[in-house]
Write a protein that binds this ligand. Sequence first.
Ligand code: AMP
Length: 542
Amino acid sequence: MNGLMMNVPLSVTSIMEHAERVNGNVEIVSVTGDNPRHRYTYRDAFLRTRQLANGLAGWGLAQGDRIATLAWNDYRHFETYYAAACSGYVCHTINPRLFPEQVAYIINHAEDQYVFFDPDFLPLVESVAAECPGVKGWIILTNEAHMPGTSLPRVQCYETLVAAGDGVFEWPQLDENTACALCYTSGTTGNPKGVLYSHRSTMLHAYATMMPDAMGLSSRDVVLPIVPMFHVNAWGTPYSCPMAGAKLVFPGGKMGDGATLAALINEEGVTMSAGVPTVWLGLIAYLKSSGLRVDTLDRIIVGGAACPLSIMEDFDKYGVETRVGWGMTEMSPLGSVNSSPADRERYSDEEFAKVRLKAGRPIFGVEMKIVSDTGAEQPWDGVAFGSLKVRGPWICSSYFKLDSSDAHAEEGWFETGDVATIDAQGYMAITDRTKDVIKSGGEWISSIEVENVATDHPKVAEAAVIGHFHPKWSERPLLIVVRNADGQDLTAAEMLAWFDGKIAKWWTPEAVEFVDELPHTATGKLQKVTLRQMFKDYSFPG
Ligand code: AMP
């Protein structure tokens, strides 16, 4: 027998409609290229979203068509999220930090019809436009006064497009499983893979992230998403904040600037913020040098990479609670959060320092298990470790336009590529990775691509790249090289110079170490785990 309750679709449109009616006076503040402090309300935002939707409606798009963005966190990007998704199209956020070949690959793979971009990314767009023949138009996210000169074909000004649109728009009734957003991840080997979120998954994830032990959002919060809107939808904050009625403060392109972040926090009364470890190091350095405090800030979510204890201890001094968050693009992204345990007083300071470093407890809606190489489930004793698998309604069931992937080999579960322990209280800790990638400042570096360039060097017999702890960037690539018979005079400087112009500058290894041989399995595969173990006490020079 079914329950007798209404089957109302879970949609992003409903978030917008709720926020407009209930939280209409709540502010959205943005730093943009043309305004250091733009402010308006959710009511204003969603009126303009309807104007934009009217503009999009004239383009002849079909339901499910992709509209891409290359943009910082600000109100125009926010409007584009909603206008695209609620019209039944898909908002495809592209990471502008990828190098041009990857951006072109992603635009073409996603079959993006239109690309909305910040003027900052004009050089990038100009360099890829000719490779993207399917794009029907390029929309610059600014006003007429700030339109840059460009030779790009089919360019439009965002503000002109919005101004021409009527403020009345009938949003389509969408099935809750309709796709609403797309984000590619390079966190696996091979080409970047697309994760296609649905209205239902996006709304459920936003709901879950609001819970007290996750981000704990309410209408009394002022939220500063430093994590970019092209990094898994800024961890859901553009959806959860309008749901909760929290004020949103967008830092634009200034997310790496400690002075701007401190000013936004203090002048806008920010209570909660979210970002990768590297941005917090920048803010802490600025606070220390300026003597400023961040007294309104109550808590921060640090995710995307392991959070060093020093960040937590520095924020302790400012009265800010640091919560480690763990997740993935494939998980919308939030999977676990480490909020202060209810029985904190039972832990000694030393024990607490260990517990708070863990990746936290699964949020309700995410199931986890750890399995051995043979697939045997491991106990939750905080000691046994295994490959971490997850399942839940905001976890991807397959990649966009990809029939199968190793990550989905076990029916109903997604293999994260992380290795973890889980203790009896449900605290999960990441101990290693099975995926062969490196994360520097929150961005992926493909070790395989770096290795391919290294082994092309005429004096190199074999090369391996591993991610190694770096105090500023969380991880940086360390290149380990076996010289060949003719290459015994190969130096580190010569090796590093070889990468110039062959890969993005920030992908170039931080340092090179030479060894006589690399560890291999019986079948000749490089043993990265052993290699990481061999270099665990290594420190990067300088
Ligand atoms: P992304 O898809 O770019 O969000 O990357 C997800 C991956 O980042 C995870 O699978 C982990 O390898 C890593 N990661 C995210 N959060 C954490 C964390 N709190 N501690 C350690 N690694 C993390």
